[in-house]
Ligand binder design. Structure first.
Ligand SMILES: [Zn+2]
Length: 427
């Protein structure tokens, strides 16, 4: 039949056409899928372009002047804007929590992280500037690994390497660390860990154990709250054998004295010695005045000492005595002769310092005389004086000074009172 007589050339053409159709048929859905993916991504990225309809509504409504008030998304706020914010932060890898429209600590931490990585003011509040960066094409995905690939079980002083770098980066993001992320677990890193621990209800020991690292890399990790500054009018904190500090007590604002005090004014004996920020400033003023008076060669031998550390010292000594065959009670009372009970030392406050002069016993030196005469003018007191042992419960220590501020130190000098007498706590 005529219709069945098809030329070989036509067969080839038809075949080619068929192959072509099949190919297109296969490719089209794929192209569509790709297009869809792109669209979904774009839709999930709510670029805050002006909504024309709502703009018109605003402009047409009589009596209202559309004033661009800044929308501030911050902790405590809830709603659609927060949902959008969380979605965008999730896409970029900053937020790992639930997209629930509630601006909680997790959202705050994510915003803070985003701000830090984009050179914005890191305050954890999503204002206009932060949001316009976040929804712009310049928004970068989260660079930091939220959790290290291999979670180290514990890190402490002296540790080195990538896990330390990761920890330093995370502490920096949260505002606890302002040093270099060099992978060296030194005194600065230790201070940052301590501050993080104290603000998260963890044992404050400066060692990043499993609990601390777990919290640090969790959604519950909070950005740093700036510690309160020294209040000169508040009554001085009393610490002695009957007024002990709780084990979790931690001074709010410690600084490394070596980094704070100029070496030509005073030598800080250990690189790790810390002290309260305000007290450190008073130390500098005092030693500068002494040097101007012709009395130099000052040394700080001790400052802040943590209760955890004191407890370790105490327990080690007790264990030593027990190994020598003493009973528990006997070992403890023997220990008390040389090691203060944890919680009873003023050094736990960050406000007490042991002042010496290198290579000499301090008593009777020109430095000791100058200190006892002038320390009051800079807010320090000679805490354990001769003749007051029964009240203070400590033997006289001519090298130990305590910062209380001049509001208190000057009247104490003038009345010849020790801290217990001044506070009316002489029981
Ligand atoms: Zn002391």
């Amino acid at each position: 039949m005529e219709t069945r007589q098809i030329k070989p050339g036509t067969v080839i053409l038809l075949a080619l056409l068929l192959v072509g159709l099949i190919a297109v048929g296969i490719q089209l859905p794929a192209l569509n899928r790709e297009k869809q993916l792109l669209q979904t991504e774009a839709a999930a990225t709510p670029t805050p372009t002006a909504d024309v309809r709502s703009m018109m509504l605003v402009t047409l409504e009589p009596g209202t002047t559309p004033r661009p008030t800044e929308l501030l998304l911050k902790p405590g706020v809830a709603g659609d804007d927060v949902t959008k914010l969380q979605q965008r932060l999730s896409e970029l890898g900053y937020y790992t929590g639930e997209v629930d429209g509630a601006y909680g600590p997790g959202t705050q931490a994510a915003v803070l992280l985003f701000q830090t990585q984009h050179g914005l003011d890191a305050d954890g509040i999503a204002g206009d500037r932060t949001r316009s960066m976040l929804y712009s094409q310049n928004a970068q995905p989260c660079a930091a690994t939220p959790a290290p690939t291999q979670t180290p079980s514990a890190l402490s002083r002296g540790a080195e390497g990538d896990p330390v770098v990761e920890m330093q980066q995370r502490l920096k993001e949260l505002g606890f660390y302002d040093g270099e992320c060099d992978g060296d677990y030194g005194p600065g890193t230790q201070s940052a860990v301590r501050l993080f621990q104290s603000q998260h209800g963890l044992t404050v020991d400066g060692a990043a154990g499993e609990k601390t690292l777990g919290m640090l890399y969790s959604e519950d990790a909070q950005p740093m709250i700036p510690p309160p500054t020294f209040n000169p009018d508040a009554p001085p904190l009393l610490v002695n054998r009957t007024h002990t500090l709780p084990e979790d007590y931690h001074p709010a604002d410690l600084v490394l004295l070596r980094n704070t005090l100029p070496e030509d004014v005073v030598h800080v004996k250990g690189s790790e010695i810390e002290g309260d920020r305000t007290a450190a400033a008073a130390l500098e003023a005092m030693f500068r005045a002494a040097v101007a008076d012709g009395v130099g060669d000052w040394q700080i031998s001790a400052g802040y000492r943590s209760i955890v550390y004191q407890k370790k010292l105490f327990d080690n000594k007790v264990a030593e005595y027990r190994q020598q065959g003493m009973s528990g009670d006997k070992a403890r009372s023997a220990t008390r002769n040389t090691v203060a009970d944890p919680g009873t030392s003023e050094h736990h406050t960050g406000l007490a310092f042991d002042i010496t002069t290198p290579g000499k016993s301090f008593a009777g030196t020109p430095q000791q005389k100058w200190l006892h005469e002038h320390c009051w003018e800079y807010g320090f007191i000679i805490r354990y004086q001769e003749g007051k042992e029964d009240i203070t419960g400590f033997v006289a220590e001519c090298w130990h000074i305590r910062f209380v501020g001049t509001v208190h130190s000057l009247p104490m000098r003038d009345k010849g009172q020790c801290l217990e007498e001044y506070l009316g706590e002489t029981e």
